[in-house]
Design a protein around this ligand. Structure first.
Ligand code: FE2
Ligand code: FE2
Length: 358
């Protein structure tokens, strides 16, 4: 017959299985029991520990142990070197009262939290270095963004100045050509403003309109190569003189096309195409319909309108109704029909522009 193991044996077995040191204290704080881990902690055999006063046993330990024993329930953390290495323990005290003899007892437990503590310390060191790195990177990014912003602003200023210079240069050059040619004063300015009117009516983008308006005054720049005798001849031109005059389209294109600037490139196309006709009967290349660029088709209308409505050395100014009649007649032959419709819709404003820039 086997006897059931008594409760004292079971509680010892459980205590020894626990890896954390446990001391059981009587009411007078002498040790009444402890587990194997407790013996290892104090490096003493169990017989040397039993019946010893707890406070004496831990007299060489940090004050936290004795302080915890002053309370019925307490928890604290202490550090202690073991074999030259720092160990960290969570010390807990719990107390109770025995039912059989009404005596107080306490349990003193040590929980080795060195690994946990080291891990959290490593983590906080890592966090601090990460925060430092993030801070440094953020600062350098901020500086980089500021530098870029400043550079972009500089570039914007330079671009703006270049664009202004380019437009002024174009207008000055157009003026020089105008003064040599048989055009009336302010012809190029009026053509530019009429182009703006037609561009807006067609719903072109602001940028496209600005390019058109800045480039349009250059349409006759090629006339710089046409001899004065032909340019300022009051009467009609001979066939040969007319061919020389017509060369101004290709000459203008060659002068302007040598630049990389988009504005001058646009001006080059206008210079070449402003005498092309919708029906393909124009010059220099006999392009027809939409093979002629939109800018070329717009300038063609504005250029002819201005030539008709104003006096030239070879003709008087036409009255507005005759000009309108002529433009209607040229709808779909000389000019893009849709563009002529837009232009005629805005004829009142076109006439105001003509008056304003005399
Ligand atoms: Fe021309
Ligand atoms: Fe012109």
């Amino acid at each position: 017959m086997t006897l059931p193991p008594d409760s004292r044996y079971i509680s010892h077995a459980i205590m020894d299985a626990v890896l954390d040191p446990i001391f059981v204290l009587r009411h007078d704080e002498a040790i009444s029991d402890c587990n194997q881990a407790a013996c290892i902690l104090l490096a003493r055999p169990k017989l040397d520990i039993l019946d010893q006063a707890a406070r004496r046993l831990f007299s060489g330990w940090p004050d936290g142990v004795a302080a915890a024993l002053d309370f019925p329930d307490a928890e604290t953390e202490i550090e202690r070197p073991v074999n030259g290495r720092r160990r960290v323990y969570r010390v807990s005290v719990v107390s109770g009262r025995r039912g059989d003899d009404d005596q107080n007892w306490k349990i003193l437990m040590f929980n080795d939290i060195t690994g946990e503590r080291e891990l959290s310390e490593e983590l906080s060191v890592l966090n601090a270095s990460l925060e430092l790195k993030v801070g440094e990177r953020t600062e350098s990014l901020r500086q980089e963004i500021e530098l870029r912003k400043a550079a972009e602003l500089d570039l914007l200023d330079i671009n703006r100045e270049m664009a202004t210079t380019q437009k002024e240069l174009l207008l000055t050059l157009s003026g020089v050509v105008e003064s040599r040619s048989r055009e009336t004063a302010n012809h190029v300015t009026r053509v530019a403003e009429l182009c703006r009117l037609l561009g807006k009516s067609l719903g072109l983008s602001g940028e496209a309109i600005e390019t058109l308006v800045a480039a349009a005054p250059m349409h006759d720049v090629g006339k710089i190569a046409v001899p004065d005798a032909i340019l300022s001849k009051p009467g009609p031109l001979t066939a040969e003189e007319r061919s020389t005059m017509q060369l101004h389209t290709e000459t203008g294109y060659r002068i302007l096309h040598s630049s990389e600037r988009p504005l001058l490139r646009a001006a080059a196309v206008i210079a070449r195409e402003h005498h092309e006709r919708w029906d393909g009967q124009g010059y220099p290349n006999g392009l027809a319909g939409e093979a002629i660029s939109l800018n070329g088709r717009i300038v063609a209308i504005c250029d002819v309108f201005d030539a008709l409505i104003n006096a030239r050395v070879y003709k008087p100014a036409w009255p507005s109704d005759r000009v309108v009649e002529q433009l209607r007649q040229d709808r779909g032959t000389a000019f893009d029909p849709q563009l002529i419709d837009h232009f005629l819709e805005n004829i009142t404003v076109a006439l105001i522009i003509n008056e304003r820039y005399q």
